[in-house]
Write a protein that binds this ligand. Sequence first.
Ligand code: AMP
Length: 409
Amino acid sequence: MRDVLAPDSTRWRAFQAVFAQVAGAGGYGEIMVPLLEDLDVFKRVGEATDVVTKEMYDFYDKGDPPRHIALRPEQTASVCRAFVQNRPQTPWKTFYAGPNFRYERPQRGRYRQFDQVGIEVLGADDPYLDAEVIAIGWRFFEALGLRQVTLLLNSLGEPADRAAYVTALQTYFAANVDELSDESKLTLTKNPLRVLDSKRREDSAVVAGAPTIGDFYSADAAAHFTAVQEGLRALDIPFTLEPKLVRGLDYYRRTTFEYQGGTLNSAQNALGGGGRYDGLVEALGGPETAGVGFALGLDRTLLACDDEGVFDAPADAADVFVVDTTGGMQALIITQQLQREGLRAERAYENRSIKSQMKAADRSGAAIAVIIGSDELEAGTATCKVMADGTQSVVARDDLSAAIRKQLS
Ligand code: AMP
């Protein structure tokens, strides 16, 4: 887990603000779910996934009897739990931003506390909605300035199609079990679909020869998938069909997709993804409800931004720095006044020498220094110095912010 200091934290907030803007333009309202839930909420949705079985931070609270609680490893389950409890009108379109917790092996782009942004739509089963959801993620990447994102698309079919496929996979992998890695042998006993996710080299030949889901689609599932693709084509969003894309959590049905960063190494190149999860709300005790959404990782998306040289950390410079040689109180008053008027105004502390205050002004990156000495104090004026070229002018205190704004523009 990390501390995030400025200017990185400023960049994180800007990232969330861009996402809020893109999702907000589509009529998605923000949901803030608790950082923790009853452990069962997560267990019901991901019984066979590493995220839920191995990586959760769980503990007992101080209740009587104590309740088994977990820090959220993701937010879709919480959003569905919130839907069941709050019963908002459908279609319910919502977005979220914030941290999740997974006990993973930390490395570049993978942390134990990490931020995601995401959207979910509950209560609509329209293939063009899948296209809309995918498009919102796509437009978010565009808004950040990313150009090398690719979209992988698949459908897992209806639950019955998926079940038939899983049986076929089981048979296939069982016949080739000796060629699988030890990790995949273990995965096979829990969830054969997840073997397809393996990025281990030993598994690649067996995985490449595995049956593909496309042969198992029912007519409905095939028609839904075709319509999603037509929607994406109509929006000029390029995609690659990837029949082995099954994604981590268990509850996906029909559409699944992943956004990959073109510049990141292959183990870390998933910026995020999502899909349809009709059935999840029911699993949490609600009515039968269609659902679709995605989650994007902030860290990897920002790494992709770094690689492409876009969405830099915002400049962290002051507009104006107030230098006060009369003891400091004037700088206190003037910075407060300028801040009220919307300028980023800073000052030095501890009544330092003018030389040391000018140095601090330089370091602050301020375009303008306002200097108050005893002459200015007496005359009710201030000296404005343009840091770039050293030109100075004397202005009345009352006109200070107008004069500064003029210089800044
Ligand atoms: P998931 O919820 O597992 O489908 O992950 C969606 C996205 O969240 C991934 O593509 C990553 O960008 C990000 N992500 C997942 N786990 C982590 C982690 N431990 N640290 C940083 N980002 C993560």
